[in-house]
Design a protein around this ligand. Structure first.
Ligand code: AHR
Length: 320
């Protein structure tokens, strides 16, 4: 009788701790923060994709600080999660904590940004766009848009300093516009991927560039900073999308709304669904031992004003 009772107690405590719940995976996700509309969409898509697969996703918001991300990763290791997802705010400084995760046998998946480490066995895979290609797509659009102009001075709103995306988008854009003799970047500064900073930096560019009259185009590393720039251009009495051309990256609903008003010209898509492919890779690894490729690359489609109405509908249906 006593034996039966203690067996029942043991089973119920195992059930409470989740140890007997068949194949429930727990994933810790160290998210950067909520600096942009794209980032908010990525977080919400991650929750939906995890729920669809019956995965328990624990999200920690780092508020743009790498030190908070490192703390979150250590806490996930202590909790014994099955995998750790990281959207790394900056590219460097990850080795020690990634080595700790490796020592505990916890696979790490990088989402939307990459890290710079000598030993790439420190993470399982990265799900991200080809960021250099994104810059190239933006640059090629601009070359074509201004091919009949003698000169085009571009101002650039960069993303977070030290982030892989800001570094690589710049590389791709710079390399591409070098092919055109009429295009040059006259000012470049970080707008930290936020709408408010994008507006503030654009205001300073406008002041420094003959009240905006000598600016031909803006290359913005994301849509939110482009939306801030649109506001600054309007406040300076100029027409965004006409007096000053704008090309950005992300393809969030608000940029399509601006396109429909004729206030911006082009955007390169970055899907917010980074978690879905990472969760699939994790499940295939856990269930069948399938090791994913080192990079899972998402598409970088260029969208123009003629695509805006349709794309806006698609994004709204997806709930972004
Ligand atoms: O890492 C992806 C970038 O981060 C997005 O382009 C930007 O909007 C975000 O905040």
């Amino acid at each position: 009788m006593l034996k039966k009772l203690s067996l029942a107690v043991a089973i119920s405590s195992l059930l409470m701790s989740g140890s007997l719940m068949a194949n429930t995976l727990t994933v810790g996700f160290s998210q950067i923060g909520s600096e942009s509309g794209w980032r908010a969409a990525e977080t919400s898509v991650a929750k939906t994709e995890a729920a669809k697969r019956g995965i328990d996703l624990k999200i920690s918001d780092a508020q743009q600080k790498q030190e908070n991300q490192i703390k979150a990763v250590r806490s996930f290791i202590a909790q014994g999660v099955d995998a750790i997802f990281i959207a790394p705010v900056v590219q460097t400084g990850w080795e020690p904590v990634l080595e700790e995760a490796k020592d505990y046998g916890i696979p790490v998946f990088l989402l939307d940004r990459t890290v710079s480490v000598d030993d790439d066995s420190l993470y399982m895979t990265s799900v991200a766009a080809d960021d250099v290609l994104e810059g190239e797509v933006a640059g090629n659009w601009l070359i074509n848009a201004v091919k009949d102009r003698q000169n085009c001075n571009v101002v650039e709103l960069q993303g977070t300093v030290g982030s892989s995306v800001a570094i690589e988008r710049k590389q791709g854009f710079d390399k591409t516009i070098k092919q055109a003799k009429n295009i040059q970047i006259t000012r470049t500064q970080s707008g930290e991927f936020t709408r408010s900073k994008g507006k503030e930096v654009m205001e300073s560019f406008i002041k420094a560039e003959n009240n905006g009259k000598s600016i031909c185009a803006v290359f913005s590393h994301n849509d939110d900073m482009a939306i801030g720039a649109i506001q600054a251009i309007k406040e300076a009495g100029l027409q965004p999308g006409k007096d000053i051309l704008i090309v950005s990256i992300d393809a969030v609903p608000d940029i399509f709304r601006a396109m429909l008003k004729g206030e911006t010209n082009a955007t390169v898509e970055l899907t917010p669904n980074m978690a879905g492919p990472a969760l699939d890779a994790l499940m295939a690894f856990k269930d069948k031992g399938v090791v994913p490729p080192k990079k899972i690359v998402t598409k970088s489609t260029l969208f123009l004003p003629q695509d805006a109405a349709n794309e806006l509908k698609i994004k709204q249906n997806l709930g972004y």
